[in-house]
Design a binder for this molecule. Structure first.
Ligand code: BPQ
Length: 373
């Protein structure tokens, strides 16, 4: 088996789980936040900095690497780990979702998706088989099935047709996967915001059988309560002994609400994206560094953080870097935001171990400035 999921403990106060996911490139503690490195780099961070902040697994993307530099080059380099000098686990997303959101969609058929590259407008075709061929070449420890992430909102008939095709595509992915011993293929559950369709998708995907299951099609603009509700309607149909991965999530509150509902893995571009726009996630809420009030504030970004950025630089300096459009601004802000989410998940794992995750959530939301429900 490419991966082994060890369920260590289930929190007595909630549905939260503590686990360890053994992969060919190392062990991952769950619940886990996975930094996104779409084009074989977590933007502005070196692998050594990611190791320093104890990132355990990072994401890359099939669609992007297929378009540039081409999966053949990465394979020639000895695979993604060698190409980007990352010695730890990697997960590649399949590109299905990107095809529907990045390239302007040409047409979708049972066979696959024809689309134009968002880079140069060139026409391309991706099918379940092609996506798996690319992911096998990239060599990630965990690879995702080729799916359709239905837009939101979308009418029920469309979502039903779409999830049923995603199921047929999932079976084709499993059949096309050349290295199930080295690379764990996760199935992806869709079904929009319709609980009965989520149940149908979860039953169909688990019927095919995968070592792990992702919940796609959420965090697509729906209200948060709706996302949490759909999660509650989906998780019970996934096996307890396999990892659950909520794709594209998320912000601190979404991570906590997801863990409480039994999610083990998360990914989101938020920490690095908002960092480049000058916003920091801190233990006392968001800090928008360009705000004039930080002009002569010589305190750290986050008084309760012991990351490299918070130990060595002040808000005044970080504001200056941002206003001067200095590259170091993106680096220092990204380092802190990633560290913040990784640290949050470390504290979540500790709270689960001590059966006090609900209390931890209330304390965190109080300090972070979220209204505690
Ligand atoms: C809009 C953002 C990116 C925040 O979330 C989503 O789109 N969420 C859904 C999502 C993220 N990544 C995925 N990958 C795949 N294969 N399928 C998906 O549905 C998704």
């Amino acid at each position: 088996m490419a991966i082994q999921f060890e369920l260590i403990k289930t929190c007595k106060q909630s549905g939260a789980r503590l686990g360890r996911l053994h992969t060919p490139h190392g062990v991952i503690d769950t619940p886990i936040f996975m930094p996104v490195g779409t084009q074989a780099t977590v933007k502005a961070m070196t692998p050594e900095e990611l190791e320093d902040m104890e990132a355990q697994i990072i994401l890359s993307n099939t669609y992007h690497l297929f378009l540039r530099p081409g999966h053949e080059l990465v394979e020639k380099a000895g695979g993604l780990h060698k190409f980007m000098n990352w010695k730890h686990p990697i997960l590649t997303d399949s590109g299905g979702f990107q095809v529907f959101s990045l390239g302007d969609l040409r047409k979708i058929t049972e066979e696959g998706v024809e689309f134009r590259s968002h880079l140069d407008g060139a026409k391309h075709f991706l099918s379940p088989e092609r996506a798996i061929e690319i992911e096998n070449a990239l060599g990630a420890d965990i690879i995702m099935a080729f799916d359709e992430c239905a837009p939101y909102p979308a009418d029920k008939e469309y979502v039903k047709k779409s999830l049923e095709r995603t199921t047929r595509w999932a079976a084709r992915c499993k059949a096309a996967h050349k290295k199930p011993e080295q690379q764990a293929l996760f199935g992806i559950v869709q079904g929009g915001m319709y609980p009965d369709l989520r149940k149908q998708s979860a039953e169909e995907i688990t019927e095919i059988g995968f070592p792990g299951y992702a919940i796609g099609g959420l965090s697509v603009g729906e209200p948060k309560p709706m996302m949490y509700e759909v999660l509650e309607q989906t998780i019970p149909y996934l096996p307890e002994d396999k990892p659950r991965y909520l794709m594209g999530v998320g912000s601190p509150d979404d991570l906590l609400e997801g863990v409480l509902r039994g999610v083990d893995m998360f990914d989101c571009v938020l920490p690095t994206r908002i960092a480049r726009n000058g916003t920091a996630m801190t233990s006392v809420g968001k800090v928008v560094i360009k705000n004039a009030k930080h002009f002569d504030d010589f305190t750290p970004l986050d008084p309760n953080c012991d990351c490299y950025t918070c130990r060595n630089y002040t808000k005044a300096y970080l504001r200056h870097l941002y206003k001067a459009d200095e590259i170091l601004s993106s680096r220092l802000m990204s380092y802190h935001n990633l560290y913040f989410l990784i640290e949050l998940m470390k504290n979540v794992r500790k709270a689960i171990m001590e059966d006090r995750l609900l209390d931890f959530k209330d304390e965190f939301f109080e300090k972070y400035g979220y209204t505690v429900k």
